[in-house]
Design a binder for this molecule. Structure first.
Ligand code: GDP
Ligand code: MN
Length: 392
């Protein structure tokens, strides 16, 4: 789960990590008081959305007076912001973070993530931090350094020295770098993060290290271990499709492709996505209806898939064990008829009541392409997503 910048900074503050003084404003009327509370002067107004790239899209603005702050905040609140990181969507700005402006001497990039192939944490640093980090990564990848960090030993002294060097921070400030690193790693481990990205980390004119922006992702599976973060989890905006999935007990994850997937069983769902990728397509979602879905759950699952306007075809891959294939078939027909859908459905059914299911589908008169096995089905789905003719 991604958290807002102000929430991430609140968490960092509990570890006495230095962040600019700030106030969250959710109602325009509170802007002037907030401005006064942080001491006035030069401030930054930052739109709080669950995506980065705000600096390049007008989501981070400098203001110099109470009037300017109030005007900027009232403009931002309630408006929508899209950035190069929002995938052509836009997010409503429900909160802004008003912060004292920091005078920057240098911007750095720093991130902690999990490297599954190395089975360790991975620290990524660059002396070229700031809004152009993606370009740095593309054009001069040698300026981005990766340092695997052993979970058991943590950051070792030689690694800390190397980090200071790579960030090109003067050696006399290495004590500050070390202290910050230790604290950031403690946050990452203690709060069960899956990502903690600080971009930029800045060196101020006064030679202080300040976290100017923070992107934090918490592991959903560890929520139960963090009663202290309950307010964050509860107040979280869940996208409508995910909220619906949760309500009906479906495991659903939205992805960026155009092939909707309806599958029973997490393993089969993973294999389905792999087959799609192998055939050159892109799945639009992960959706596991579970081993024993009801007609209602199947119907809702389809609705969730079809609410994604990118979806060009739906790949239904069901292995009927406890789940009965005819229930799925009924669900397909119900949704397709109700919603007047014209995209092709690729269906691969196997297992309990499969013959009955095929009969139901054949008799429906709908445009449904049946595949005899998973490989064919994946091929058909990819072809359908590209608008190509399917030769069965
Ligand atoms: P992002 O674009 O969504 O990642 O938003 P950031 O919080 O990283 O802000 C983008 C850029 O705005 C930063 O890289 C800074 O260059 C600039 N910025 C943000 N806060 C301040 C500030 O307090 N002072 C100054 N001078 N620049 C700032
Ligand atoms: Mn940033």
């Amino acid at each position: 789960m991604r958290v807002y910048e102000f929430q991430a900074k609140d968490i960092l503050k509990t570890y006495s990590i230095c962040v600019p003084r700030g106030r969250v404003v959710s109602v325009a009327g509170d802007a002037r008081t907030a401005y006064k509370e942080i001491g006035g002067g030069r401030c930054v107004v930052k739109a709080q959305i669950l995506a980065g790239g705000r600096g390049k899209s007008g989501g981070v603005r400098l203001v110099n007076s109470s009037e300017e702050a109030a005007a900027c905040i009232s403009n931002m609140l309630g408006s929508r912001l899209s950035t190069y990181q929002t995938n052509q969507e836009s997010f409503e700005i429900k909160h802004v973070l008003l912060e004292e402006a920091v005078s920057i001497q240098k911007e750095f990039y720093l991130a902690i993530t999990i490297d599954r192939s190395l089975q360790s944490l991975l620290l990524i640093v660059s002396a070229e931090g700031g809004v152009a980090i993606e370009e740095v990564a593309k054009k001069t990848p040698e300026k981005i350094f990766k340092e695997p960090v052993d979970l058991f030993f943590g950051l070792l002294p030689f690694q800390l020295r190397r980090i200071t060097e790579r960030l090109m921070i003067p050696a006399k400030l290495s004590g500050k770098v070390n202290e910050l690193m230790e604290k950031l790693f403690s946050v990452f481990i203690n709060k069960d993060c899956s990502l903690l990205e600080i971009n930029p980390l800045v060196l101020t004119e006064n030679n202080e290290l300040v976290v100017l922006d923070a992107k934090m992702e918490l592991d959903d599976n560890a929520i139960f271990r963090h009663p202290e973060l309950e307010h964050i989890f509860e107040g979280q905006d869940i996208p409508p499709d995910e909220a619906l999935a949760k309500k009906y007990g479906l495991s659903y994850i939205h992805l960026d492709g155009d092939i909707g997937c309806l599958v029973n069983g997490a393993g089969l769902a993973m294999a389905t996505m792999d087959s799609i990728k192998l055939c050159g397509g892109e799945p639009a979602n992960f959706l596991d209806v579970g081993g024993n879905a009801s007609l209602e759950q199947v119907t809702q699952a389809f609705k969730i898939i079809l609410s994604d306007r990118k979806v060009k075809t739906v790949f239904i891959n069901i292995f009927g064990g406890i789940m009965k294939c005819d229930v799925i078939a009924e669900g397909v027909i119900r949704v397709v008829k109700e919603a007047d859908i014209h995209i092709p459905f690729i269906v691969r059914l196997e297992g309990t009541n499969v013959d009955l299911a095929r009969e139901i589908l054949d008799d429906s008169g709908l445009k449904i392409i049946s595949a005899g096995n998973m490989k064919d089905a994946a091929h058909f789905a990819v072809k359908a997503s590209k608008g190509e003719y399917i030769n069965q």
